[in-house]
Write a protein that binds this ligand. Structure first.
Ligand SMILES: [Ca+2]
Ligand SMILES: [Ca+2]
Ligand SMILES: [Ca+2]
Ligand SMILES: [Ca+2]
Length: 254
């Protein structure tokens, strides 16, 4: 115990010093394109050179300066006063070959496809069906089941849930796992949140008026426990982040 006190004090001093010297972040604006291809963008190291790259619409842009672009799928521009066919974009290694691939989340209710990284070759990427009829305006991307791979959180056929992919079966569509009874979830439902609300280490899923508690053992098709809570007045929570105390805190899109 006599040795513990100085160590704790040292940690406290370090935390205070680090906070005092934390630099103010600065930002530089880079314009990738002056055309409207997509609402969604994301990142990964697509050429495995150790530098993160950006995917935005049909192209990926090489980091760290993002000046050189490569085509993933045929470019199609849209009217900026309307919508594109690509609301969100996410990345992951969906076929397990070590090269990050791209999931295009479509206009709400349409089919979602993933594109296979051609392992460093500068050729169009192979298109695969991921999921049919992806409902919700803002599907989310998180490791819901804790297996180390992300899942897409969205709704379909009146159920809210998440979809998993199997890298060993890349030609097969992804699998949807409902977490709710059948409800009023539709093509344009707004707002999904996720985070560990009760601090048990398992991701829970939120709506504006309550949250679904992930059980200790996942029983596919069995609804999670529902906890009513009015998180917001007319503006659903987008997601949670882990606070300093390890518990989830609410973040909102403004
Ligand atoms: Ca790179
Ligand atoms: Ca891959
Ligand atoms: Ca997972
Ligand atoms: Ca939890």
């Amino acid at each position: 115990m006599r040795e513990l006190i100085p160590v704790v004090a040292l940690v406290g001093l370090c935390q205070a010093a680090c906070l005092a010297e934390a630099p103010t972040p600065t930002f530089k604006k880079l314009t990738l394109s002056d055309k409207f291809y997509a609402e969604g963008a994301y990142y990964a190291d697509f050429n495995k050179d150790g530098k993160l790259d950006i995917v935005a619409g049909p192209f990926w842009f090489e980091g760290p300066d993002f000046q050189k672009k490569h085509e993933i799928r045929s470019p199609q521009t849209f009217d900026p006063k309307g919508y594109s066919d690509n609301f969100l974009t996410f990345t992951g290694d969906f076929n397990g070959d070590g090269w990050p691939d791209v999931l295009y989340v479509p206009f709400p209710g349409a089919d979602a496809f993933w594109y296979e990284n051609p392992a460093g070759k500068d050729v169009p990427w192979k298109k695969h069906l991921a999921l049919k009829n992806v409902g919700n305006e803002s599907p989310m991307w998180a490791d819901v089941n804790g297996d180390g791979r992300p899942e897409l959180i969205y709704n379909i056929n009146g159920y809210l849930g998440y979809a998993t992919y199997d890298p060993a079966k890349p030609e097969e569509p992804w699998k949807f796992h409902p977490i709710t009874p059948k409800g009023g979830y539709g093509q344009f439902t707004h707002g999904i949140g996720y985070g560990d609300v009760n601090g048990d280490g398992r991701i829970d899923i939120l709506e504006s008026n309550g949250w679904w508690e992930q059980p200790a053992v996942l029983d596919d098709g069995k609804p999670w426990a529902w906890h009513p809570f009015r998180f917001a007045e007319g503006c659903p929570p987008e997601k949670l982040r882990r606070g300093d105390d390890g518990r989830a805190e609410q973040e909102r899109r403004t």
